[in-house]
Design a protein around this ligand. Structure first.
Ligand SMILES: Cc1cc2nc3c(=O)[nH]c(=O)nc-3n(C[C@H](O)[C@H](O)[C@H](O)COP(=O)(O)O)c2cc1C
Length: 255
């Protein structure tokens, strides 16, 4: 008997696409709570559960956040905008309550721990939302203005907004397709890391990427150029090059 390779979960995952346009339909509280329950079931480092999520429905708050990070209409138009927070504040308070100093919280290991916990939980939430017929998009742009975001959300020390997530009912008019990924050989290595695998795969991907955007009515797109514009200079970071200072201001010294 061959091993199964299909399941409803995998089919859902393979259908993922980011959604940036939403119908004017609210996301109910029961749905939202269910989605966050699913996020909570995600693995979490040492069960520290080092994250929180803030659900924002107030149009004015969404507008202020959008403006602070450079204007993102999907933040303003999403019926609910989630902000995923690396949160060691709870743990810091527990430490103090038990007579311990939170002396390790300033280590970069714990910055990573919080960010990884957030990523895993947030992706669980997006998948859960997609399985309910909703759609959404991660918004790393929330890190464009950490000070303003922390102030708007009243984040305490040891809490830092890692990612936003616009969530709602997809507008079918948006019409985006499923964006291709690198060929599997570009990411899957056997036993040891072999750059030859992705050298060949990135070449092939350049064509897949171009072909996909052609179908979306966007000619001459290049993955290589996307990478260069995103990573090739600090300008592509929209202010995030100063992240260490922003993290420190929230108690993530990241030493
Ligand atoms: C951490 C993270 C941050 C992201 N930030 C943004 C963002 O600020 N704005 C945006 O339009 N898309 C954002 N995205 C969505 C990616 O652009 C998208 O996932 C990628 O292009 C692949 O497209 P797909 O999700 O439709 O397959 C983000 C994705 C992740 C995982």
């Amino acid at each position: 008997m061959t091993d199964p390779i299909d399941s409803a979960v995998i089919e859902q995952q393979l259908r993922h696409r980011s959604v940036r346009r939403f119908l004017d339909v609210p996301v109910g509280e029961a749905q939202l709570e269910r989605i966050v329950e699913a996020a909570q079931r995600a693995s979490t480092s040492s069960n520290l559960q080092a994250w929180s999520v803030i659900a924002i429905r107030d149009p004015e708050r969404k507008r202020r956040l959008s403006q602070a990070i450079g204007g993102r209409d999907y933040v303003e138009r999403a019926p609910v905008f989630l902000v995923w927070v690396a949160d060691l504040a709870r743990n810091a308070e527990l430490l103090r309550a038990h007579g311990a100093e939170p002396e390790t919280l300033g280590l970069i290991e714990n910055t990573l721990l919080g960010a990884v916990d957030v990523g895993i939980a947030a992706q669980n939430a997006l998948l859960a939302a997609e399985s309910l017929g909703l759609g959404g998009v991660f918004v790393g742009g929330i890190r464009n203005a950490p000070e303003a975001v922390s102030a708007e959300l009243r984040l305490p020390r040891h809490a830092f907004a890692i990612a936003g997530m616009a969530l709602g009912t997809p507008d079918p008019e948006e019409g985006t397709g499923i964006k291709p990924r690198l060929p599997l050989s570009g990411v899957l290595h056997a036993e040891v890391y072999d750059p030859e695998r992705w050298r060949e795969a990135t070449g092939r991907y350049e064509q897949d990427y171009r072909d996909y955007f052609e179908t979306q009515g966007v000619p001459d797109r290049s993955w290589a150029r996307t990478v260069v514009s995103r990573l090739g200079s600090a300008a592509g970071l929209h202010g995030r090059h100063a992240m260490r200072a922003s993290l420190r201001a929230q108690g993530f010294d990241s030493e």
